[in-house]
Design a protein. Structure first.
Length: 120
């Protein structure tokens, strides 16, 4: 989940910079990471449903909506759908009895060694 957290932050800053190819890439990587979690941790001791089922149920719709906003280069839609995605992360944390772990939209970019601006 630490990688997921990194992708989640980078996705936000890519969208903020209107670097849509980077945003698309980060969203793709975020999904791959969650697929790996589903493959390597198909069950979680505290989860009421198997992890792959939880990902499918909770994340599919927000991810698809975000993909649409990115494809449309829609900054307003991106911001809105990013919040929906973040809420879905937290919904899964609650579903896995991990609700004390709350993720939020990042306020400060911790990646000072990467430019999020679209290259000129
Ligand atoms: C399938 C359910 C599920 C989804 C979806 C999910 N998480 Fe998690 N997350 C967990 C579980 C379970 C843990 C507890 C850690 C463990 O046992 O591996 C966790 C832990 C975390 C942690 C704590 C890591 C640490 O060690 O501090 C962060 C941060 C996190 N998730 C971020 C996210 C973000 C961001 C998203 C959405 C992009 C997300 N998670 C989506 C289930 C999920």
């Amino acid at each position: 989940m630490t990688l997921t957290q990194m992708r989640h932050a980078k996705l936000w800053f890519a969208g903020q910079a209107a670097n849509w190819p980077l945003a698309a890439y980060e969203l793709d990587e975020l999904q791959e990471g969650m697929q790996d979690a589903a493959t390597f941790h198909p069950t979680h001791k505290d989860a009421p449903l198997p992890v792959p089922a939880l990902i499918e149920k909770i994340m599919k719709d927000p991810v698809q909506q975000l993909e649409k906003a990115i494809a449309a280069r829609d900054a307003g839609g991106f911001a809105q759908q990013f919040d929906a995605l973040t809420e879905a992360c937290n919904a899964c944390h609650r579903a896995t009895n991990f609700g004390f772990n709350v993720v939020t939209k990042p306020s400060v970019n911790p990646y000072s060694n990467q430019s999020f601006q679209p290259p000129q």
